[in-house]
Design a binder for this molecule. Structure first.
Ligand SMILES: N[C@@H](CCC(=O)N[C@@H](CS)C(=O)NCC(=O)O)C(=O)O
Length: 218
């Protein structure tokens, strides 16, 4: 039975983008159901019918439902080991999981001040010191990964991994908020921007008509 990934609007739902990217880039087949976010009780109930967390993404695999972006990537990595969603080397894998968890649990200022909004015209905005510190830390993470593990390919750990998927929405944030980045970071962003799965998500996001006013404030 095919996997089904339940996601939110592609323009705004950064948590949905992460496991979608992981599955798509790894060549794992799945169907998708898009439920518009913040449109009222009926759509919220559709999410609650899938997962009592009331949030997307959620993955349905027969009798198994997995909710939460990082849990889905971990599940997919176990279920499809040949997809190599995590690096093969144990130290690199621990590093990839650490930065993925750091992304999952942190960077609140950047997430709050620079929400993913793919159709947003590119322009800079004034950011708090906390958001600037988040940006500096992400640049450090990407630069270290590329220097330490990136020798075998253009992604954070050479080949595409779950870590790239976890940071994919940040590439859109850095792009749309015109964040000034160091050359190795720019090179990594170019790799992600050229990734076929990233481009497929982005094209679909740009084709969406739904505008959520509260995410269009800046
Ligand atoms: N920690 C969760 C966060 C999920 C989340 O916050 N999803 C948002 C969309 S990006 C959502 O479903 N919002 C709908 C709502 O709260 O009603 C994950 O990693 O999947």
């Amino acid at each position: 039975m095919a996997l089904t990934l339940v996601i939110g609007n592609k323009n705004y739902s950064s948590w949905s983008m992460r496991p979608w990217m992981a599955l798509k880039a790894a060549g794992i087949a799945f169907d998708e159901i898009v439920i518009p976010l913040y449109t009222g009780d009926a759509d919220k109930q559709r999410i609650l019918d899938v997962t009592r967390s009331g949030k997307v993404p959620a993955l349905i695999d027969g009798d198994v439902t997995v909710w939460d972006s990082l849990a889905i990537i971990e599940y997919a990595a176990e279920r499809f080991p040949d997809a190599r969603l995590w690096p093969q080397n144990v130290a690199a894998r621990a590093h990839a999981r650490s930065i993925s968890a750091e992304m999952h649990s942190g960077f609140m200022a950047l997430r709050n001040e620079c929400g993913m909004n793919i159709h947003r015209p590119i322009r800079s905005k004034s950011l708090s010191d906390d958001a600037k510190a988040n940006i500096a830390r992400i640049q450090q993470i990407w630069t270290e990964c590329r220097a330490q593990h990136g020798g075998q390919g253009p992604y954070l750990f050479g080949s595409f991994s779950g870590a790239d998927a976890m940071f994919a929405p940040v590439v859109h944030r850095f792009r749309t908020y015109a964040i000034d980045v160091a050359p190795p970071v720019r090179a990594y962003m170019e790799t992600m921007l050229a990734n076929a799965a990233f481009q497929e998500w982005t094209s679909a996001a740009l084709a969406e008509a739904l505008v959520i006013e509260k995410f269009e404030v800046d």
